[in-house]
Design a protein around this ligand. Structure first.
Ligand SMILES: CSCCC(=O)C(=O)COP(=O)(O)O
Ligand code: MG
Length: 225
């Protein structure tokens, strides 16, 4: 019996285009201003130091900014970049520059599953801060009360079975009682290797999704527990 659902964001609860055409460009165009205003604050400094360690060449501030901008263009999933984006996007949400996109079927079924006592979690490459901000500011209101917890790449990469084993341990449930939802075959394969149930979202946005052996759903309405 499914007791917990762990969901990906981009391509699963939320559209690819929101992430690629709203969030990423926003972080690129606001990065310099954000660092100018907040660059001396301890959480930001820690993330900048972490980014500097990943790119030994980026000793000067300008070089580091250029490295971060390149990582955004290349969609790199480094924790330091994701942490900075999360802080920067939170400002954007609070200013009302955009809302977190969540598909209607996802918002509705997440509410239904929560009402049935199923524990809901998010696992995304976006930082925990970015995940919370997205679900707090949606067209369907604040969805954060629905979630028990959030995981980002601090628990490990999304294509590694060990990450799902760590999540399972944290949830304290048998793996077969946990359903992982994603639009990326390699993530589903990794979750399945750790013994989790899987569901592949193929929403028809962007390049065709390869479901492999995983049950396919065109929306959360098709997800069977
Ligand atoms: C938390 S919204 C931003 C998502 C993001 O930064 C990203 O890289 C997409 O990651 P996902 O694991 O949700 O596909
Ligand atoms: Mg995804």
């Amino acid at each position: 019996m499914v007791q917990a659902i762990v969901t990906d964001i981009e391509g699963t609860t939320s559209s690819l285009s929101f992430v690629k055409e709203v969030l990423f460009p926003y972080s690129a165009s606001h990065l310099r201003d954000f660092l100018h205003t907040h660059g001396q604050e301890p959480p930001v400094r820690r993330l900048l130091d972490e980014a500097r360690q990943l790119d030994g060449d980026a000793r000067e501030d300008e070089q580091l900014v250029n490295t971060l901008l390149r990582w955004i263009r290349e969609d790199r999933k480094f924790g330091a970049l994701k942490g900075l984006q999360g802080l920067l996007w939170e400002e954007g949400y609070r200013r009302g520059d955009f809302l977190g996109h969540v598909y209607e079927d996802a918002a509705r079924r997440l509410r239904e599953w929560h009402g049935r006592g199923i524990r809901l979690y998010v696992y995304s490459s976006g930082s925990v801060q970015a995940q919370v901000s997205l679900f707090r500011h949606t067209a369907f209101g604040d969805l954060t009360p629905l979630f028990h917890g959030y995981f980002d790449t601090r628990v490990g990469g999304k294509k590694e079975a060990a990450s799902y084993e760590a999540i399972r341990r944290e949830l304290g449930l048998p793996p077969a009682d946990i359903l992982f939802l994603s639009d990326v075959r390699e993530e589903l394969d990794a979750a399945s290797s750790a013994g989790l149930r899987t569901g592949c979202l193929a929403r028809g946005e962007g390049p065709p999704v390869d479901p492999g052996p995983h049950p396919v759903a065109r929306s959360f309405d098709d997800v069977s527990l």
